[in-house]
Design a protein around this ligand. Structure first.
Ligand code: ATP
Length: 347
């Protein structure tokens, strides 16, 4: 279990990379840190690892305060984007390296390295040097080295980002299975939301050194807590349409929709609908937003249709072959919607 108490990191020059972060990651959990470039993901991971000293706050691993301990005494293994495997060592030597540092006897080292290599399908490659391996194989060597010393936690910093798209998907599935089998607490940094949604038990979405939302992939996808999360998550961003509440109903760009319980008046609302939940009606509807079909984009799984509606752009996903022709009039009818005020989810 990893617990962070009011963890703050201010770099020389005043950049507040972590801003009073409180977080508990459960034993065995796969936890993803997701957010745009510069939001503090790597700094958080490095602070858990002991590679950065926090300005204030504490880090606990399995109940013990490790804030003052150097990385080597924290019982964690880190895998970086560039793998950081040693070019002058064979695969076998690379895997056994942490055991050598721990002064594990040679016979035991060889046994463990062979066992871990078999688990990661590296047996045939044990005598090769990293330069003789593919990117995916190098990544597996880095993983094997991390696993060999049975750490209390894995810390991964974008470990899949150097792989091509197909290998990346394979490695993702592999990593997920491995983590399930080993049940080791894992903190995984990525800026790829599809990766975070696919892998994690829980995700923290970060911005400017803070955690904006922490939840399961379903929570984060279906009920983004803020408009920042709503526009960051999803392969196509959520429609966020200005709305007003009056006379007991919501008015959204020419459509009249039912209000939410407890909603009071105001014109400072944003009506959020994922393109996947927006349908396009060919006939006029009072609860639909009228517009003209302006753009088609093929997503492979469907077509993203952009409707121009009185200065607003509204996006809907239509089944392939069923997309309305360009220039035709349609009514965008939301199936599921969220309501934001001052950037925060209210209904
Ligand atoms: P990326 O996805 O681009 O790797 P990140 O979310 O991992 O970004 P960090 O690398 O943690 O972000 O950086 C957080 C902030 O701290 C950024 O504004 C960065 O410029 C700043 N920062 C990081 N390391 C240092 C440093 N050694 N000295 C000064 N500022 C730093």
């Amino acid at each position: 279990m990893i617990t962070l108490d009011a963890l703050t990191k201010i770099f020389p020059g005043g950049v507040r990379a972590l801003d009073a972060i409180d977080l508990t990651i459960a034993d065995g959990e796969f936890f993803a840190l997701l957010g745009p470039s510069g939001c503090g993901k790597t700094t958080l991971l490095r602070t858990i690892a002991g590679l950065e000293i926090p300005t204030s706050g504490r880090v606990h691993i399995d109940g013990a305060d490790v804030t003052a301990l150097p990385p080597g005494r924290r019982d964690i293994a880190m895998v970086f984007q560039d793998y950081a495997i040693f070019p002058h060592m064979s695969v076998a030597e690379n895997i056994a390296y942490p055991l050598r540092i721990k002064k594990t006897p040679r016979a035991e080292r060889t046994r463990k390295a062979t066992e871990v290599a078999a688990r990661l399908s590296l047996t045939e490659l044990l005598l090769r040097r990293p330069a003789q391996l593919s990117g995916g194989q190098q990544q597996r060597v880095a993983l094997a080295r991390a696993i060999a010393c049975h750490p209390a936690a894995f810390l991964f910093d974008e470990p899949l980002s150097n792989l091509d798209a197909r290998l990346r998907l394979e490695a993702r599935t592999f990593l997920k299975r491995l983590q399930r089998d080993l049940a080791v607490t894992t903190v995984f940094v990525t800026h790829d939301q599809a990766e975070a949604l696919a892998l994690a038990d829980r995700i923290a979405v970060m911005s400017h050194g803070r955690m904006i939302q922490i939840g399961t992939p379903a929570d984060i996808f279906q009920r983004p807590a803020t408009t920042f999360v709503a526009s960051f998550i999803g392969s196509t961003p959520m429609n966020l349409l200005p709305a007003t509440f009056r006379d007991g109903a919501l008015h959204v760009a020419g459509a009249v929709r039912a209000g939410a319980p407890g909603l009071t008046g105001g014109d400072d609302l944003l009506y959020g609908v994922r393109p996947e939940y927006m349908t396009l009606s060919a006939t006029e509807r009072g609860d639909g937003i009228p517009g003209t079909v302006a753009v088609h984009e093929n997503l492979g799984t469907g077509v993203l249709v952009t409707l121009e509606a009185d200065g607003l752009l509204i996006q809907a996903v239509a089944p392939e072959g069923d997309e309305p022709p360009l220039g035709t009039r349609r009514w965008a009818v939301p199936a599921r919607s969220l309501l934001y005020r001052d950037g925060r989810l209210i209904a």
